[in-house]
Design a protein. Structure first.
Length: 256
């Protein structure tokens, strides 16, 4: 699909100048994920100054040493930041051992460089998913201490009342975790189900589903509609676009 206009092109990944492990450097340069880099190194595909290195933690000085993968020199790549409207049923993973479709299956024809997911959405969940090769930006967004709001529209069976909404914000104990929502609003209610807007500033595994299940409600649909000030808007299901520089900066918690 056509790319959205950008106010300016985000800068290329900065070249690390301090001493870091080889796999970490490959990830920071935007070449691949750190786990994939570790696999490449152990498989003998990565060389340092012309010699194959099989230790992913081998210290590297990028400004003095040359890294190559499969004989091709590695250079810093342009930082790419993408928002994708994830359909229900896709796995947020580079590969699935059961052969199920992943978000990368949907993006295969997009001509994008390697991108890692910024946080997760489970298979049954939908909506706003960020992907990027800017590992520092991604780590800041997903860091629990950032407390960046994530907003979801959630369809539940039944009709949760004021007491239920209050309990969701007060928090409940489940499996050793305390699960709570920062804010819950009833959007609309019908005879058999209702839609809630749920805002989290932290995220545990299946957080909203577990919270509602503990209060006796099944989740029928769960759609992430915003991360911070970045909203899904009218981006069609299964489609993607690049973020512009202002949008990238708006959710960069390192600057806040």
């Amino acid at each position: 699909m056509p790319r959205a206009p950008r106010s300016e092109r985000p800068p290329a990944a900065p070249i690390p100048s301090s001493r870091h492990g080889l796999a970490r450097v490959l990830s920071k340069l935007g070449t691949c994920s750190r786990s994939q880099a570790e696999q490449w190194v152990r498989a003998g595909r990565v060389s340092l100054d012309g010699r194959v290195v099989r230790d992913p933690y081998r210290p590297v000085l990028v400004d003095r040493q040359q890294i190559a993968v499969d004989g091709q020199p590695v250079k810093a790549v342009e930082h790419v930041h993408v928002v994708f409207n994830k359909p229900r049923g896709l796995i947020v993973s580079a590969a699935d051992e059961q052969g199920r479709d992943t978000v990368y299956t949907a993006l295969a024809a997009a001509g994008l460089p390697w991108l890692g997911p910024v946080g997760r959405l489970d298979k049954a969940s939908e909506g706003l998913l960020l992907l990027s090769n800017d590992t520092g930006w991604a780590a800041a967004i997903t860091d629990p201490i950032s407390h960046l709001d994530k907003t979801y529209h959630v369809q539940v069976s039944g009709q949760p009342g004021v007491a239920v909404l209050a309990a969701m914000q007060a928090g409940i104990a489940d499996g050793g975790d305390v699960l709570r929502a920062r804010r819950v609003t009833l959007l609309r209610a019908g005879e058999k189900n209702a839609w809630l807007e749920v805002v989290l500033d932290e995220g545990r595994n299946r957080h909203i589903r577990r919270l509602l299940a503990a209060l006796g409600f099944d989740v029928l649909r769960l759609i992430r509609v915003a991360i911070g000030s970045l909203v899904l808007g009218d981006l069609a299901k299964g489609q993607w676009r690049r973020l512009n520089a202002d949008e990238v900066s708006a959710v960069d918690t390192r600057k806040h």
